[in-house]
Design a protein around this ligand. Structure first.
Ligand SMILES: *Cc1c(COP(=O)(O)O)cnc(C)c1O
Length: 523
């Protein structure tokens, strides 16, 4: 039921209605007719939206093993601290000297992410993973163009890549060259060698890949692309698997995006909100999107040339000790007594920047949650995230094999996710990966990612994350086992699922092609 259907003419929420206070708006700008809004009481509205929220599958109510999306529990403390009144009330145009605490948090987050990824600089401004990708490829393009190497316009993308990778390359005016994956899940090196050349701008790689395995010849890949004059882009959406273990910077990558909303504690889904911070190696520092946060004396003008560090960057970003009259010198992350030492770095500081990606500086709330989460975990906690994310995935993979499921790469250790192929089940019973996914909803579990990556037939990409208990994982295995038994005993039962949800099975194609979200008064 839509809220419009609860509407009764004249029903109001008196407590919040400003009706009597005529706002100071010129008459010419006031609308003549009432807007077509639902007329309900406050209680009607509360009940309506509470009921709607209860129809949702969410990480707060159910296990949510949606591969490649890292749907893990988000500690309430992160939300609570990000919602402190002074953060919430801060205007994005507030002067730097009234927002030093906020800037200090973002500066520290930049430093933490540099450390975790092994990169030389980080910009927090992209507002989604896909926008981080866009920033990354735009920087790679800007780098080649700045060197007079403008003919490098081809981006190599393995066929296991997330759909956003080739889309990003095209959005940046590049052409995409796809290379295949070998039988064991690693990139086909011969195909890579054949693909690189003077036209190569770079390679976009996800590691661990969307097939759920860690690329074993990452060093060779790095060398082949760099030797050909290309740069390396790391899709860091799967950072949960390697957090605190290995660093993309150490693997020789030039740029990475992180999905802070996946790895660093923001509830996500349904399209937002997100933060796709980008990290870069030295050679891409001048091109980072602005604004960044620098730690330097407050000054309305750019730092004089003499005070600039590596690559023309302010010393605070180049890794050199900034010339500060500040008690923060040498204290690193989390120093106290910041004084007025943080400021926005803009186009004036980075004249070669690819520019701005949003009106202000990204999704502040998501960034603050990430900052709190990172500080709560510390380096040791981050390693434990990767330890348990990987342990849970390998446990689940082994247990599902025991109850008869076929996994895509049984000879490989899983990263933080793995693929089950329902091909054999489909051949034997007609039950598909989609049928399993729908039946799982009846059994109280969110469906895994289905039919992605498309390289594996009847693919279910399962990511348990580190925050689930053994009991939950065992319950999931029991549900998967019972679906398998149902498939052999009564395939029609599974194919008709779900039975317990607010809606039965939807027509995916119709929902995508003929989406109708506008309410029309039937009367
Ligand atoms: C989620 C994801 C992306 C895109 O991130 P968004 O924040 O959804 O734009 C890119 N690559 C991979 C591997 C992902 O899992």
């Amino acid at each position: 039921m839509l809220i419009f259907e609860h509407s009764r003419p004249g029903r109001r929420n008196a407590a919040q209605s400003p009706a009597d206070k005529t706002p100071n708006i010129p008459a010419a700008l006031l609308r003549a007719d009432r807007p077509l809004l639902p007329e309900v009481s406050e209680m009607d509205a509360v009940r309506h939206y509470t009921r709607l929220s209860q129809k949702n599958f969410s990480i707060d109510t159910n296990f949510y093993p949606l591969g490649s999306c890292t749907m893990k529990y988000n500690p309430r403390a992160c939300n609570q601290l990000a919602m402190l009144p002074n953060f919430l009330a801060r205007h994005p145009l507030a002067p730097e000297d009234t927002g030093q605490g906020f800037l200090a948090c973002l500066y520290d987050l930049q430093e933490i992410l540099k450390d975790v990824t092994g990169m030389a600089g980080v910009s927090l401004s992209p507002m989604a993973g896909a926008q981080g990708e866009f920033a990354g490829i735009a920087m790679i393009r800007a780098y080649h163009v700045a060197r007079g190497d403008a003919a490098r316009t081809e981006i190599i993308v393995p066929d296991a890549a997330h759909g956003t990778n080739p889309a990003t390359a095209v959005m940046c005016g590049c052409t995409v060259r796809e290379i295949p994956t070998g039988e064991n899940g690693d990139v086909d090196l011969d195909a890579l060698r054949a693909a690189v050349g003077p036209q190569t701008a770079g390679l976009m790689l996800t590691n661990p890949s969307t097939l759920g395995v860690f690329e074993r010849r990452i060093q060779d890949i790095q060398k082949i692309v760099h030797d050909a004059g290309g740069l390396l882009y790391y899709d860091g959406a799967n950072l949960n698997a390697i957090l605190g273990k290995v660093k993309p910077g150490d693997m020789g990558f030039d740029v990475i995006h992180m999905n802070l909303h996946k790895t660093f504690s923001t509830p996500h889904g349904g399209g937002g909100p997100g933060a796709g911070a980008v990290g870069v190696a030295d050679r891409l520092l001048p091109f980072l999107p602005v604004p960044l946060v620098g730690r330097a004396p407050l000054s309305p003008t750019p730092l004089p040339q003499g005070e600039r560090g590596l690559n023309g960057m302010p010393p605070s970003l180049s890794g050199e000790e900034p010339t500060l009259p500040s008690p923060l010198r040498g204290r690193g992350v989390g120093g106290e007594g910041a004084g007025e030492t943080y400021r926005w770095l803009t186009e004036k500081d980075l004249p070669q920047s690819i520019g701005r990606l949003s009106a202000w500086m990204g999704n502040a709330g998501v960034l603050l949650r990430a900052y709190v989460y990172a500080r709560m975990l510390g380096a040791e906690g981050m390693r434990r995230v990767a330890d348990f994310a990987t342990l849970n995935a390998n446990y689940l993979m082994a247990e599902l094999q025991k109850v008869g499921y076929v996994v895509a790469f049984p000879e490989r250790r899983a990263s933080h996710e793995f693929i089950v192929s329902a091909k054999e089940l489909k051949d034997a019973t007609g039950v598909t990966a989609m049928d399993i996914a729908k039946r799982l909803l009846d059994k109280g579990f969110h469906a895994p990612t289905t039919y992605f990556p498309m390289l594996v037939a009847e693919c279910l990409l399962i990511e348990p994350t580190e925050t689930e208990s053994k009991e939950t994982l065992d319950a999931f295995v029991a549900a998967m086992k019972s679906i398998r038994e149902e498939a052999f005993a009564d395939a029609a039962l599974v194919k008709g699922a779900p039975y317990t949800q607010p809606v039965r099975r939807l027509d995916d194609v119709k929902a995508a092609r003929e989406l109708d979200l506008t309410w029309k008064d039937a009367a």
